[in-house]
Design a protein around this ligand. Structure first.
Ligand code: GCW
Length: 730
C-alpha cells in the first residue's frame, strides 16, 4: 500500500513538474532557459561570475532580480552576489552617483552623451580587475543596460571586449491600452483586461510586475492603461487609489502612468453643468482633479485624450478648438510636469475625403498648443489599415509636439487569429521620407527630433495584453509588441534584425528554425495586404468587428464607414482620386512626394488606388491589366499563407510542441480566412467591373450572394469573444 501511494505520489509530482515546465508563452521573450551552446555558456560563465552591486534602490533591485533570474537561468548556475570586486569575472552595475566602483571609472562625459536613459555596457578594468560594467546616469538607464546585456546572452552574441553606448532616439515611448473599466478590451483579442479592478488596490497580481518587466526590457517608459473611449470614473478617488498601486509596481521599471480621460468629466462627475474649456469653473475643476491625481501618483505622466472623435466629447461641443481644449488640460498638469497627449484621430461625416481631415484641422492649429501638449498621430491618414501612406501631418506640423501612434493589436489584421508580424509596417512608416526639409526627413528622424525642434516627441503602440496565459492571444503578436518597443528605442533597427532577436529569445537559435520562420515573419504583413486589400485598396472590412471582408458594403448612415466610400469601384475603374481632379489630398504632402503620388505613371503600385481612380484596363508594371493584377495579388496572398504553413510545418520538433501546435492551428484558420477574403473580393469586384477571373486561377467555389451571407451568419469568428462584445463604433 505504502509503495502504491509512493508511486502515485511520484506520478502526481512528475505530472506537476511537467505542467510547470509546459511552454505556454507566458514568459514571452524573457525566457531564461539554459543556453544550449555550452562553449558560449562557459564563456559567459567565466566573464559573469560575480554580480557586484554596491548600491541599492527599487530600480537597482529590479535589475539585480532580473540578472539573478536571467543569469542563473541562461547559465544554469547559481550567481555569486557581492559588494566588492573579485579577482575576475565581475559584473558591476550602477551609476556614478550611487556606486563607488562605477564612480571610480570617471565616465561622466560619456554618460552625459547617452543622456538620462542611456547606458554604457562594456568590458574594462576597475582597480586593475577585469569587469563587465553596466553604467548609466540614472538607475533606469542601468536597468535598460541590464536588459541589453541579457538580450545579448539570450541571442548568443559574444560579449568579449564589448563596448556599447546606447541611448533611446525617441523621448516618450508609450504603450496604450484600450481597456474598459468592466475589463472588456476594445480590439483586444487576448482575454479580459489585465487590470483586476475588483481586487485592486489590495492585491498586486504578480502579472503586473511581469508586464512591467516586459515593457522595461524593450525600453517602454509610459503606459496609458485605459481606453481612449474613456470612462470618466477613472478619475474618481476610488479608481485613483487602485491606479496608484499599479503606478507603484511600474515605477521601479521606469514606466510612468498615464490615464485616458473623458473630456466631459466635470459634467459626468455631476459637479458642473458644462465642460467648456474656457469656462473658469471648468478650468478650476481640472486643476483640482489634476492636483488630486498627483496626490495619489506624484510622478504621474499625464492625460491621453480622444476628443471630438467617434462620439467622444470635446471642445467642439462648445465651439472651441482642439488647441483650446488641450491647453486647458495642459495648464492643469503643467505645475506637476504632466503632459497632455491629444489624439489627432478625427474625422467628420460631412467632409468630402476623410483622408484630408486630420491634416486640415490640425495644420490650422500648428503652433497654438502649449509646450506640454503632444499630438498623437496614427501612422496613416485613415486608420491602422494593413497599408497606408504616411500621414502628411508628419513633416507638416513644425511647431507642435508630435507622437506617432502605431497599432500592435491586430484590429485590421485578423485579430489574434492571424500571424502578421508588424515590423515591416512599422519600418515602412519610420523610413518614409516626408521631404519636409529636403531628402532624408524621414518620419523616424522627425520623431528623433533631427528635423524640427520639438520640445517633446514620442511613439505610442496600442498593445493588447490580456488575461490569456500568453498575454497576446496569437504567440506572434508578442513579436509586434517587441518590435514596437525596439523601434521606439531605435528607429534605425530593421524589422528583420529585430525578428531575429525575437525568435532567438522566444523560440530557438537553430537556423533550421530561424530561416523559415524569419521568412514567415518577413512575408506575413505583405501576405495580409494581398489577401485583403492590395494595390492601395483600403477599408474593405465588415463594419463593427473589422474582421472579415465586406467590399460590397455601400449603405450606412455614415458613408465614410462603408467600403464603397473607399474603393469607389464602378464598371470603368476603381480607386479614390486624391489628385487635383479629385479631393486633392496629395497637396498635403511636400514635393516631391506629392508629385510622385499624384502621377499615375510613377506612384508606387502598392499605393496606387489610394490616390487614383484607375481604369480596369490600365497597364501595370507586370504587363497585366489592373484587373488582372488585382486578381493576381489576391491569389498571391493565399499562396503566401500556404507557404507560411509549409514553412511552419518544417520546424516541428525544433521547438516545444505546445506552441508549435498552437501556431499550426492558427495558420489553418488564417488560410480559411484568406481564401474567404480573396474569393469574396474577387467575386465582388468581378461583378462590378464586368470582368472574369482568368482561367489560370481556381475559381471561387461560391457566388457573391454566398459570400455576402457569410458576413451575416459568420459574423465574427467567435461571438463570445470579448472583442465582439466590446464597444465598436465603426
Ligand atoms: O479604428 C478605430 C477603432 C476603434 C478605436 C478608434 C480610435 C478606441 O475601430 O475601436 O477606438 O479607432 O483609435 O480611437
Amino acid at each position: 500500500m505504502v509503495r502504491i501511494c509512493a508511486f502515485v505520489l511520484s506520478f502526481v509530482l512528475l505530472c506537476a513538474a511537467g505542467f510547470a515546465s509546459a511552454e505556454d508563452g507566458y514568459r514571452m521573450w524573457l525566457r531564461y532557459d539554459p543556453l544550449e551552446n555550452t562553449s558560449l555558456r562557459n564563456d559567459y560563465r567565466a566573464q559573469l561570475r560575480h554580480l557586484v552591486v554596491d548600491s541599492e534602490s527599487d530600480t537597482i533591485n529590479a535589475a539585480v532580480n532580473e540578472l539573478r533570474m536571467g543569469l542563473e537561468g541562461l547559465l544554469d548556475r547559481k550567481l555569486s552576489e557581492r559588494d566588492s570586486l573579485a579577482r575576475r569575472g565581475n559584473l558591476v552595475i550602477g551609476t556614478p552617483e550611487n556606486s563607488a566602483l562605477i564612480a571610480s571609472l570617471d565616465l561622466s562625459e560619456r554618460l552625459a552623451q547617452v543622456g538620462p536613459e542611456g547606458f554604457i555596457l562594456e568590458q574594462t578594468r576597475i582597480n586593475r580587475r577585469p569587469a563587465t560594467i553596466v553604467a548609466a546616469q540614472t538607475d533606469v538607464g542601468v536597468l535598460y543596460g541590464t536588459f541589453h546585456l541579457l538580450r545579448l546572452l539570450q541571442t548568443g552574441e559574444s560579449i568579449e571586449g564589448i563596448q556599447v553606448s546606447s541611448a533611446p532616439k525617441v523621448q516618450h515611448r508609450m504603450v496604450n491600452h484600450w481597456d474598459n473599466l468592466d475589463r472588456l478590451v476594445e480590439r483586444g483579442y487576448a482575454g479580459l483586461s489585465l487590470w483586476d479592478w475588483g481586487t485592486l488596490p489590495n492585491y498586486k497580481d504578480p502579472r503586473y510586475t511581469d508586464y512591467a518587466r516586459m515593457n522595461a526590457s524593450i525600453g517602454i517608459n509610459g503606459a496609458a492603461i485605459n481606453n481612449v473611449n474613456a470612462d470618466p470614473r477613472i478619475l474618481s478617488d476610488q479608481f485613483l487609489e487602485k491606479v496608484a498601486v499599479l503606478a507603484d509596481v511600474f515605477r521601479p521599471y521606469g514606466i510612468k502612468m498615464y490615464l485616458s480621460i473623458n473630456f466631459d468629466s466635470p459634467r459626468a462627475f455631476g459637479d458642473l453643468d458644462t465642460a467648456d474649456p474656457l469656462d473658469p469653473g471648468v478650468r478650476q475643476w481640472w486643476k483640482d482633479r489634476a492636483a488630486k491625481v498627483y496626490e495619489y501618483i506624484p510622478d504621474f505622466g499625464g492625460f491621453l485624450v480622444k476628443a471630438d472623435s467617434e462620439g467622444q466629447p470635446g471642445p467642439h461641443g462648445y465651439q472651441r478648438t482642439h488647441a483650446e481644449g488641450a491647453n486647458m488640460l495642459a495648464e492643469a498638469l503643467e505645475p506637476f510636469g504632466g503632459l497632455v497627449v491629444w489624439r489627432a484621430f478625427v474625422y467628420d461625416p460631412e467632409q468630402e475625403d476623410r483622408f484630408r481631415e486630420a491634416y486640415d484641422e490640425f495644420m490650422a492649429l500648428d503652433g497654438k498648443f502649449n509646450d506640454n501638449v503632444i499630438l498623437q498621430i496614427k501612422n496613416g491618414p485613415i486608420d491602422f489599415q494593413p497599408r497606408e501612406p504616411f500621414s502628411p501631418l508628419f513633416g507638416g506640423l513644425e511647431d507642435t509636439n508630435i507622437m506617432l501612434e502605431l497599432q500592435v493589436t491586430q484590429e485590421y489584421f485578423g485579430f489574434s487569429y492571424h500571424l502578421a508580424y508588424q515590423g515591416p509596417l512599422f519600418e515602412e512608416v519610420l523610413q518614409s521620407d516626408t521631404y519636409a526639409k529636403g531628402e532624408g526627413s524621414t518620419v523616424g528622424k522627425i520623431l528623433g527630433n533631427e528635423v524640427f525642434e520639438y520640445k517633446h516627441t514620442g511613439m505610442a503602440g496600442v498593445i493588447n495584453p490580456g488575461t490569456d496565459r500568453n498575454w497576446t492571444g496569437h504567440p506572434f503578436v508578442q513579436s509586434s509588441w517587441y518590435v514596437y518597443g525596439r523601434m521606439a528605442w531605435d528607429y534605425e533597427l530593421t524589422s528583420e534584425q529585430i525578428a531575429q532577436e525575437w525568435m532567438r529569445m522566444t523560440f530557438s537559435h537553430d537556423s533550421r528554425f530561424l530561416d523559415p520562420v524569419g521568412d514567415i515573419m518577413a512575408e506575413s504583413r505583405e501576405a495580409g495586404v494581398n489577401y485583403r486589400n492590395p494595390l492601395g485598396l483600403t477599408h474593405l472590412f465588415a463594419q463593427g468587428h473589422h474582421y472579415g471582408p465586406a467590399p460590397w458594403y455601400a449603405e450606412a448612415d455614415r458613408l465614410d464607414w462603408t467600403a464603397a466610400y473607399y474603393h469607389r469601384a464602378s464598371a470603368s475603374g476603381i480607386g479614390f482620386d486624391r489628385t487635383a481632379s479629385g479631393s486633392n489630398a496629395v497637396e498635403q504632402y511636400h514635393k516631391p512626394v506629392r508629385d510622385l503620388f499624384a502621377d499615375l505613371d510613377r506612384v508606387p503600385e502598392e499605393f496606387m488606388l489610394w490616390f487614383h481612380h484607375v481604369d480596369w484596363d490600365h497597364k501595370m508594371a507586370s504587363g497585366r491589366t489592373l484587373w488582372e493584377e488585382l486578381v493576381h495579388k489576391y491569389y498571391q496572398g493565399v499562396e503566401q499563407v500556404k507557404t507560411m504553413q509549409r514553412q511552419w510545418d518544417s520546424v516541428e520538433g525544433l521547438i516545444d510542441q505546445e506552441r508549435f501546435e498552437h501556431v499550426k492551428a492558427l495558420l489553418e484558420i488564417q488560410l480559411r480566412d484568406a481564401i474567404r477574403w480573396r474569393d469574396s473580393s474577387v467575386t465582388y469586384f468581378a461583378s462590378v467591373s464586368g470582368r472574369v477571373i482568368p482561367d489560370e486561377y481556381p475559381q471561387p467555389e461560391h457566388d457573391l450572394e454566398y459570400y455576402k451571407a457569410l458576413e451575416r451568419t459568420f459574423y465574427v469568428p467567435d461571438p463570445w469573444h470579448p472583442a465582439s462584445r466590446s464597444r465598436a463604433l465603426n
